[in-house]
Design a protein around this ligand. Structure first.
Ligand SMILES: NC(=O)c1ccc[n+]([C@@H]2O[C@H](COP(=O)([O-])OP(=O)(O)OC[C@H]3O[C@@H](n4cnc5c(N)ncnc54)[C@H](OP(=O)(O)O)[C@@H]3O)[C@@H](O)[C@H]2O)c1
Ligand SMILES: [Zn+2]
Length: 426
């Protein structure tokens, strides 16, 4: 890897170079010097601002995606007074050490009078691990810079207060919007008791997800489909509707398998689309299937599905399946991220109930045409064009022959964003 595209961080000890981590570096200046002990090349990172350091912490935190949930992704960077990198760490796996602890362990005695940057307020309670706030105090930092506060109503501010009371300078809110976005699925699960919903679809350049005859395989290219399999491999559930089960008989598994095995969820009021010959049922040993039904589902249909090895969840509604109840059930199962891979009917219903958090749309260089061909999001739709953008964090990237367009769905500004907007007079 060249210095232009990234940097390999090495720790040199007793003449031996120990690989620690590799990064893509675009916001920090790096310099190369000789290690006086062994004369091998040692590379340092030097950051030019607090924002650069926090952005680095955010970037390394993302390495934990798919492994830390239902915990939040967290990153920590320790620098000296000139903002030279001393050590860094991230939360690597659910149940294991938190980011600050990994960084503190790597830094050793060098934490004395150093600055700790951490994307999320250090915890102040005993969970699976002891409180990080205590370890931060014991490490003797000069300053602690926090990206955002703990979103838990009972925990917010307590870790910060504890560290401040110990006489350490604490600054809160550096890169707050990005730090908060990093933990959005965790925050959604904690506050709304439901998972973060990723809606994914593949459409032609004229905005169609299937022909008028409901043919849709395949709109996107192989590379795009491989990307979808990667996302399936890091979410806790993949949700589809009875219409898609009937039209496409999907498997909904990640191929190759990812970090997690997603629960395969079918929204079908009667459960009648889920029959013994469906691929979902035939592959039950590769991943559980949950069919969410309404009261329209008969007792006979429920027992038929249970005999097939399928789990059944009945929502308290007479007609269509209650989607809010489905998400609450997935929240109870500690699902943090779920992917909606459905047709226009279900996507429209989620959109109308404001239950879509993030969109991943593949646009393929194909045209289908036809007034009856399906477009991605059905239902009534909005009566007028929104006066301001109702998507944020819009991202575009090529993906094989296609383009992948991604964005977060915004419903008004979050508290943090409102405060930041006010501060900047925007
Ligand atoms: N290009 C892509 O990315 C993509 C992805 C997926 C699907 N598709 C295409 O989309 C087409 C299927 O679309 P679709 O709209 O018919 O199927 P869908 O959205 O997958 O499923 C809709 C069905 O779900 C059931 N349902 C139960 N409760 C519901 C609720 N609260 N809200 C909405 N639906 C509820 C209804 O059937 P019951 O009344 O029987 O319960 C409804 O007809 C197929 O042609 C498929 O190939 C394309
Ligand atoms: Zn902690």
């Amino acid at each position: 890897m060249s210095d232009e595209e990234g940097l390999v961080l090495e720790r040199v000890s007793e003449g031996r170079s120990e690989f620690v981590h590799s990064y893509n570096v675009n916001c920090s200046i790096n310099k190369t010097s000789k290690c006086s002990g062994c004369l091998s090349t040692q590379r340092f990172l030097m950051f030019s601002s607090d924002i650069d350091v926090m952005q680095r912490a955010i970037r390394i935190a993302r390495t934990g995606v798919g492994l830390v949930e239902p915990n939040p992704m967290v990153g920590a960077v320790i620098v000296d007074a000139e903002r030279n990198l001393i050590a860094e760490g991230y939360h690597q796996k659910f149940g294991e050490a938190h980011a600050e602890i990994n960084a503190i362990r790597l830094a050793g005695k060098a934490t004395r009078s150093a600055d700790l940057f951490v994307t999320l307020e250090p915890c102040s309670h005993f969970g699976k691990t002891p409180p990080c706030a205590e370890a931060v105090i014991a490490a003797g930092f000069r300053r602690v810079v926090v990206g955002c506060q703990d979103p838990a109503p009972h925990g917010a501010g307590q870790g910060i207060e504890r560290i401040r009371n110990a006489g350490i300078l604490v600054e809160v809110g550096v890169c707050e919007v990005d730090a908060r976005r990093l933990i959005a699925p965790f925050e959604t699960l904690m506050i709304k008791q439901r998972p973060w919903v990723h809606a994914k679809w593949a459409m032609t350049l004229d905005g169609r997800v299937a022909t008028s005859t409901r043919h849709s395989q395949w709109i996107s290219c192989e590379q795009s489909r491989a990307w979808v399999h990667q996302l399936r491999g890091r979410v806790d559930a993949v949700i589809t509707g009875a219409g898609t089960v009937r039209a496409d008989d999907p498997l909904l598994t990640a191929r190759p398998a990812g970090l997690r095995t997603a629960l395969r969820v079918v929204i079908d009021s009667t459960g009648e689309s889920v029959t013994a010959d469906r691929k979902l049922v035939k592959t039950i040993s590769q991943g559980a299937v949950l069919v969410c039904v309404s009261r329209r589902c008969t007792e006979a249909s429920r027992s038929r599905m249970r005999e097939l090895g399928v789990q059944v969840f009945e929502t308290n509604s007479e007609d269509a399946v209650d989607l809010g109840e489905v998400l609450q059930e997935l929240g109870r199962r500690r699902c943090t991220n779920v992917m909606l891979e459905a047709g226009p009917c279900l996507l429209g219903a989620f959109f109308e109930r404001e239950l879509i958090d993030e969109v991943h749309a593949f646009v393929a260089p194909k045209l289908i045409g036809g007034a009856m061909a399906l477009s991605p999001v059905g239902g009534e739709g909005l009566p007028a064009i929104p006066s301001t953008a109702n998507l944020s964090a819009f991202r575009v990237q090529p993906c094989g022959d296609d383009f992948l367009l991604e964005a977060d769905v915004c419903r008004g500004l979050s508290q943090a964003e409102t405060r930041i907007t006010e501060q900047h007079g925007i």
